[in-house]
Design a protein around this ligand. Structure first.
Ligand code: FES
Length: 202
């Protein structure tokens, strides 16, 4: 598991934009009046989306103020969960699952592809500052291992060569197709195999 990196370059201020303020109001209203702090994870997520995929410390302060809770409590949540980025990750943030099922199916070959194409170290921006990569724990797509997540999309059934092709596309500003790269629909068996119909006691 990687260590949370907090950016040394921090903006002085952060404010939610008007659309997000409306959104936040709605989210907070889902909780009882004395439980507004329960909205902290949603607000961190919204701040991250608004701020190019990462949460500056000023946003943590802003959320603490909005939810009337101590800064350190918001900071604790932001630093605990791996889905919150506390440093710039670029427009394309690649998360490589290296938990056991992905690892034994070759996840570290995908790590090699990222090291070659993006940056030598994880959580380090590429030369054009457009993308970065990191190792993460299971992303819940083990049946299509090994896999990566790029922003909101999953790319599955990968190997090093296919990962390089995907990265090349994003570096060229193209949008690669998410899903299985062995031609499967979702996680269906390959070659039209119907295990339960074809094998007794399968
Ligand atoms: S182990 Fe990689 S998605 Fe579950």
């Amino acid at each position: 598991m990687s260590i949370k990196k907090i950016s040394k370059n921090q903006p002085d201020n952060f404010e939610f934009n008007s659309n997000n303020l409306i959104n936040i109001k709605k989210i907070i209203s889902n909780y009882p009046k004395d439980r507004h702090q329960s909205a902290v994870m949603s607000l961190l997520y919204i701040a991250q989306r608004q701020n190019d995929n990462w949460i500056p410390l000023a946003a943590i302060k802003c959320i603490a103020k909005v939810l009337d809770m101590p800064y350190i409590k918001v900071y604790e949540v932001a630093t605990f969960y791996s889905m919150y980025n506390l440093a710039p990750v670029g427009n394309y943030f690649i998360q490589i699952c290296t938990t056991t099922p992905c690892m034994i199916r070759g996840a570290y070959n995908l790590v090699e592809a990222c090291k070659e194409k993006i940056s030598k170290n994880e959580k380090e921006l590429s030369k054009d500052k457009n993308c970065s990569w990191t190792e993460v724990e299971c992303l819940g797509a083990c049946v299509n291992a090994p896999m990566i997540q790029i922003n909101d999309d999953y790319f599955e059934d990968l190997d090093k060569e296919k990962t390089i092709k995907i990265i090349d596309q994003i570096l060229e500003g193209k949008k690669p197709k998410p899903g299985s790269y062995r031609g499967r629909t979702n996680s269906e068996p390959e070659n039209n195999r119907k295990t339960l119909l074809e094998k007794n006691n399968a």
